[in-house]
Structure formats: C-alpha cells, structure tokens
Write a protein that binds this ligand. Structure first.
Ligand code: ADP
Ligand code: MG
Length: 256
C-alpha cells in the first residue's frame, strides 16, 4: 500500500431529496489500499453515496474526510484534482476516437501544455506526448487493451468499452478509484475479466477502490470489506463472510 493513500472516512452522512431520505446517518471507513464494496437493493442509496464521494451531491449532514481534505465541502473538479477518479456507469467515452486518444483525455490535467495543444501537435505537447504515451500504453496493457490502442472505442465490445472507461480513470493517476457498477450488463466472461482487472489494480498500483454493485455474488470474491445499504440506512458493514450471513442483509435481499 502506498504511503500517500489516506482512508476515506464517511461520518454520519445524510442526504435528502424532499421527503425521501436517500441516505440516513451513514458511517463507514474505506481503508487505504482496500477494495471496498457498497451493495444494496435498488433505491438503497448506493449511487447517492457515490455522488457524495465525488462531490456531485451535497450531504445535508455529516462529513467525508480523505486525509486532510473534506470531500463533502469540495466541488467535483477539486476532488478529481486531489486524486479521486470515477469511472461512470454509463460509458462516458468518445466513440469515434481511438482508445489511446480517449486515455490521453484522462491525462490532460497532468500535461503542462494541455490537451488542446496536444490536438494541435505543438512541439511541447509532442515531447510530453511521448512520456504520456508510454504510461497510456502501460495502463492499456494492464486492462488487456494493449492490442486495441488504435481502435475507435465505438467498435469495441461492451466489455472492452467498460475497461477503457476504467483505464481512462486510471490515467488520471488516482489515489482512490470509484467504480459505479463496473460489471453491469456484462456476460460471465467479461465479468471475470473485469474482476481480475480490479484485483490487479489493487495489487499493482496499491490504490483504494470503492465499487458500487447491485449483485452480491460478484463482490463476495473481490471485496475486502462490504458496506450494505437498504432504504438509505447502513444495515451491515464487515468482511464478505460477515455480511453474507447477516440476517438483516438476507432479509433486505430476499425482500427486493
Ligand atoms: P441505488 O443506487 O442504491 O439504486 P439511489 O442512490 O439512486 O439508489 O437512490 C436512493 C433514493 O434516492 C431513491 O429513492 C431515489 O429515488 C432517490 N434519489 C436519488 N437521486 C435523486 C435525485 N436526484 N432526486 C430525487 N430523488 C433521488
Ligand atoms: Mg444506482
């Protein structure tokens, strides 16, 4: 585990939409370098929690701390700037551009010349482009996309596109990676490949990964720790084995 990765401390967070308590007094900690799953039935508040972690929704009460930072008081671009990257559930890629071009967009904040200059092929951008090109190739390799760097994203399979979306997030060199339903809509083979990629991200990069997942089975072999939400409340928090045998969790899942 890298020494520059603090825990994420979610402390008494509540979010309301009118009369709906999307989250009620939720507290849990994501340990540095952990794969931490947030699971629960539809409407449990999983996406709301993600939107709080990435600054999209404001908490009515509570705090979210990431080292010295208060994520609950920061705007999304500031949160991205301190090393929190989010891969979106609905793929947010440019289909006509190649995998490499999409990954370069993930690095534009790291290039001094900026990605506009990269598009214009200015000399400084060319120099920087070589360095970033090497790292992009490495990350692509990592997610099994090495052969597809020059393929337009739009012609890739759904599973490949989802891994490009994760690669794009990794290209920002995050300390915390947020994955919103990374295997939603995938077949069994694509699911296995994504699970293997997530395990490799943790072991090779040593960063923390928080993933939201509807399907309980997928996270059980993957996560170190599982937080279970139901109707906006935290009903269990522990190891996969602990939450799997928790009567409240079983009831929440059977009732959905
Ligand atoms: P999950 O991702 O676990 O399925 P959500 O976090 O999307 O659940 O939703 C939790 C609750 O908050 C639901 O009742 C949902 O309808 C409500 N909700 C979420 N986002 C909004 C919003 N932007 N406006 C109003 N209600 C919302
Ligand atoms: Mg959701």
């Amino acid at each position: 585990i890298r020494s520059d990765i603090p825990p994420v401390e979610v402390d008494g967070v509540s979010v309301r939409f009118g009369a709906i308590n999307a989250l009620s007094d939720v507290s849990f900690t994501v340990q540095p370098g952990a794969i931490h799953a947030i699971i629960g039935p539809n409407g449990a508040g999983k996406s709301t929690m993600f939107n709080v972690l990435s600054g999209v929704y404001k908490a009515a009460e509570g705090q979210v701390r990431f080292g010295e930072h208060r994520l609950d008081q920061m705007r999304p671009y500031k949160i991205a700037g301190i090393g929190v990257a989010r891969a979106f559930q609905n793929i947010a890629l440019s289909g006509t551009q190649s995998v490499a071009e999409n990954l370069m967009l993930g690095r534009h904040h790291l290039t001094k010349a900026g990605f506009l200059a990269a598009g214009l092929r200015l000399p400084k951008a060319t120099r920087e482009g070589k360095i970033h090109g090497a790292r992009i190739a490495e990350i692509a390799e990592f997610l099994d996309l090495g052969e597809k760097l020059h393929t337009p994203v739009g012609v890739l399979s759904y599973g490949d596109q989802k891994r490009v979306e994760v690669a794009r997030a990794l290209c920002t060199e995050p300390r915390l990676l947020l994955l919103d339903e990374p295997v939603a809509g995938m077949n069994a083979e694509e699911t296995d490949r994504m699970a293997a990629a997530i395990l490799e991200i943790r072991s090779a990069l040593g960063i923390s990964v928080v993933l939201v997942e509807h399907d309980m089975g997928m996270v059980m072999s993957l996560a170190d720790r599982v937080t279970v939400l139901d109707f906006g409340r935290l009903i269990a928090d522990g190891t996969p084995a602990q939450v799997q045998s928790d009567p409240e969790v079983i009831r929440a899942y059977l009732g959905s």
